[in-house]
Structures are given as C-alpha cells and as structure tokens.
Design a protein around this ligand. Structure first.
Ligand code: ADP
Length: 486
C-alpha cells in the first residue's frame, strides 16, 4: 500500500532468466526496514537455476557480441530512457526495500542510469591497435574482444547503481551477464530487468538470479566454479571478497572487487571551515552512513578542532530521521539488525575508551532500525571506529598537529578506497593528494562519484576500476595478431 506505483508491473517477484520470468516454489521475504512490513515474496533460486542462467548467457553471447557497438548502444539507450521515464517508481521501490530517503533514491536512479548512457556511448569507441613492426615482413595488431559470460554479485546499499555500473560496461563490450543482487534488495534489480526486457535487450544477455542469504552462498560458489563464467565482479564486504577470490582460483577467473573502505577526512588549518563541515555532513550521513566511501575518521587540525566539532554537531542535530517515503526526511533506517548492532558496538567501545559523546549515540525514536546521527569527539586510535568501517551515521573526530602525522595516520590501514581533505594551499593539495594511499581523493569536496570518473580502491579495498573510460577494459580481452609473409 505504501508502494503505490504508477506502473505496478515494475514490482516483480520472479527471477529473470533467458528473457523469461522464472518462479520457484521456495520464496524469501523482502521487508521494508523502516517498519518491518512485508513487501514481497521473491523466488529463492538455487545453483541449478544459476547453471540455467549461465547457459542462457552463453547461448546469447554469440549473437550479442556479433552486434556492432552502435547496435548495442541503441538498445542500451532505450533502457536508459526507460529508467528515466520510470524514475519515480524505481525510487519508491528502492526506498521501500532499502530505506534511503526518496530524494536520495531518485538521485541513485539518475546516477545508476548514467552508467548505462555512458557505456552505451563508449560501446562505439572500443578499438584495437596496429603496432609498429619488428620485422619488414610482419604486421602486428591488437584486437579487443569481449571476455565472454560475466557474473555480478551486488550489495544492498546501492541497489541500482551497483548493478548498472557492472552490467553497462559488460553488455556494451559485447559480454552477457548473470546478476545476483543482494537478498535485502532484489526488487530494484528485478525492476531493472523488467525495463531491460521492455527496451528489447535480447533474451540471455541480462539475467537476474534472486536468492536469500544461504542460497546466495551456493549460487556464489556455482558462479565461481563455472568455467563458462570468465569474469566476476563483486561489490561488498572485504571478507566476502576474499572468499570469492579464493573460490575463483581454480578457474583463474578475472575479478573486479569493490570492497570495504575506511575513509579518512582531513581538515587542515588553512581549510575553508564552513565548506569542510558541509562536505563532512554529506560524506558521513548520506545513506545513513552506509556507503563504502562514507567518511569513517575525521582528523581536524587542532587550531580548528573545537569549532569544527561544534559545527558538525549542529549540522548532525538538524538531520531529519524517519521513513524515507516521508517528505523532508534526510536519513532513513539502517538495513537490518546486524547493521545497527555494529554501530552500537562501535559507539559503546569508543565511549568505554574515553571518547566524548557530542550528540546522538542511541537508537532513534523512529523505530527499531533507526540510529541517531552521532558525533564522537576525542577519539583515539585504539577504538574500533578508528580501525574498521562503521557503516553507520557515526562521525568520529580526532585532533592532529602536523601534516606528516596526519598522512601517516590516514595511511595506517589495510583499506584504500576513498579519502578526503580540505586545504586551500595549492602546494599542500598536490603533496597530500600524492601521498594518500587511496584509489580516490576528494579535495575540498565530500562527494565525488560519477560515471565519468574511475571508482575503485587500492590495498584490500579491491581490484579494478568501475565507470569512466577505463571501466570498459575490465570486460575486454586483448588478442595479439602477428601476420607473417607480408
Ligand atoms: P554486506 O555486509 O554489505 O551485506 P556482503 O559482502 O555480505 O555485504 O554482501 C554483498 C553481496 O554478497 C550480497 O549479494 C550477498 O548475498 C553476497 N554474498 C554474501 N556472502 C556470500 C558468499 N559467501 N558467496 C557469494 N556471495 C555472497
């Protein structure tokens, strides 16, 4: 009833394999994290279904890869247009199953669609190379060909964008793909499949396998073990990334991994304080702190520390928490009980070790899965919040004295996804940007993701880059041709 859609056919409970809606007797519940209500009962597939999807993707590969880039681009463009046409419904579905405020969900639909538009354009620009020869009678060329059948395993925090960021470059390159969306958010994935179908993307090119947590593990194993699946792209936690990497060793599968982060946010003494606070609020509390590029640790120069904390607290207190479908709400619920338990653990650990609670710190009155926007000051390195990703609306702030000290602190982690810093000194901007061991550096901004830029991490935050003109390389193999007797 909360899900009054303009086009009710976008709400699908069946999986999508080989262009057909596939039902299974076994089903799993999809809940609304705002109020615990049941949204849908979705087909709970198993590894046999995964095999069927792989076979369908393999069967479709020949004709899909034989199309011209321009032909693929035209179909993708239709899919992009349909996403925009149905953006309101897609956003409602997303908010209902994921919890993020409707405006943020709408933003994600636009962001998610942008990958389809971008890679549709790039589909026309895949090109090989002619090399200079080493012998007068030889000619040497490089072809770039689609890698084959791909698999994608995606998380719940961006139910649409994490799918399109993988599917768009894959199908633009000429690959076909099997997607296993997160068990918490299958409805957004199925709505995307419905639109792909309407756009005329041929059967078997895009397949969506839905499954609960336990079956997702089985399907994950099957996708890894398959010799037909040539590439696996995963976005999620580092521990699961490690499992998938291990499972992919026997088949030497090509992997793209977007894993956890532990983003530092540094405010130097020459920063624009107001801008830094604004960027801090955006980078911390977006999606209730549940993004892998959300700031986890704030380092503020001692000369600005008190003022920064006061302004951050004032900003955090203004955030409206509630059901994402309610107008004006800026922070929705956490995804599940486990997520809220982790946030509570990080807060109580910090308080027990001497952090100062400036605002928040508890479950929010809006409901069981809501957590108050929280600011902890005077945190220290031994606290959990400074060692691992909190994935919640908790800002942990610490003072620092020197540039050298803060760079060392920022880099003292096995993660290396996003980092942020604020400074108006151009020499410092270059110096610090070069020294931060991160795949992405936001300089005087708290928001940097878009389809044009390469998204990805170093160290244990992952392998490969998504989006941008580099994102297509992941799905293309090089083939060297050496022609003799010329
Ligand atoms: P989060 O902690 O954010 O839920 P996960 O890494 O647990 O992230 O989950 C991300 C995706 O990985 C989801 O689609 C989930 O179903 C899937 N997943 C979780 N565990 C496994 C596993 N052992 N094998 C394959 N997929 C898994």
């Amino acid at each position: 009833q909360t899900l009054a859609l303009q086009d009710p056919a976008l709400l699908r409970e069946s999986a999508y394999i080989n262009g057909l809606w596939h039902d299974s007797a076994d089903r799993f519940d999809v809940m609304n994290p705002s109020n615990g209500s049941l949204l849908a009962r979705v087909s709970n597939l198993n590894s046999d279904d995964a095999e069927n999807a792989i076979q369908a993707a393999q069967a479709a590969f020949g004709s899909w890869s034989a199309k011209t880039g321009k032909e693929r681009a035209q179909l993708m463009r239709r899919w992009f247009d349909l996403m925009n046409l149905h953006a309101d419904d897609l956003a409602r579905i997303m908010t209902a199953e994921q919890g993020k405020p409707l405006a943020e969900a709408k933003g994600e639909v636009v962001y998610g669609a942008s990958f389809i538009e971008w890679f549709a354009e790039e589909a026309k620009r895949v090109a090989g190379d002619v090399l200079s020869t080493t012998a007068a009678d030889k000619r040497m060329l490089v072809l770039r060909q689609p890698i084959g059948v791909c698999a994608a395993i995606t998380p719940w925090n961006f139910p649409i964008a994490m799918i399109t960021r993988k599917v768009a470059p894959a199908i633009a390159a000429g690959c076909t793909i099997v997607i296993k969306p997160a068990e918490q958010t299958p409805l957004s994935a199925l709505a995307l499949a419905e639109l792909a179908h309407r756009a005329g993307i041929p059967a078997g090119v895009v397949n969506v396998l839905t499954a609960d947590g336990a079956r997702s593990v089985d399907i994950g194993k099957h996708l890894c073990n398959s010799t037909v699946v040539r590439h696996l792209s995963f976005t999620g936690s580092t521990p699961v990334g490690r499992i998938l990497m291990q499972q992919s060793a026997p088949t030497i599968k090509k992997l793209a991994l977007e894993l956890g982060g532990h983003a530092p946010f540094i405010v130097f003494e020459d920063a624009d304080l107001e801008a830094a606070v604004e960027g801090a609020l955006q980078s911390k509390y977006r999606n209730a702190g549940q993004t892998c590029v959300c700031t986890n640790r704030f380092y503020v120069h001692r000369s600005l520390y008190q003022e920064f904390v006061a302004k951050l607290v004032a900003g955090a207190r203004k955030i409206q928490v509630g059901d994402g479908l309610t107008a004006g709400v800026q922070q929705g619920p956490m995804i599940d009980a486990q997520a809220i338990a982790k946030v509570q653990e990080h807060v109580s650990d910090a308080l027990s070790k001497g952090a100062q609670l400036c605002t928040g710190g508890q479950q929010h009155a809006a409901g069981a899965l809501f957590f108050e926007p929280t600011v902890l000051a005077d945190v220290t390195d031994d606290m959990l919040v400074m060692q691992e990703e909190t994935f919640g609306p908790v800002a942990a702030v610490m003072a620092f004295d020197t540039e050298e000290q803060v760079i060392a602190a920022a880099n003292a982690t096995d993660f290396g996804l996003a980092s942020y810093f604020y400074s108006r000194d151009i020499a410092r901007v270059w110096r610090v940007a070069e020294k931060l061991e991160y795949g992405m550096v936001g300089i005087n901004t708290g928001l940097m993701s878009n389809e044009v830029a390469p998204f990805g991490g170093v160290k244990q935050s992952g392998l490969g880059r998504e989006g941008s003109r580099y994102g297509m390389d992941e799905y293309l193999e090089m083939k060297y041709l050496c022609m003799g007797q010329m």
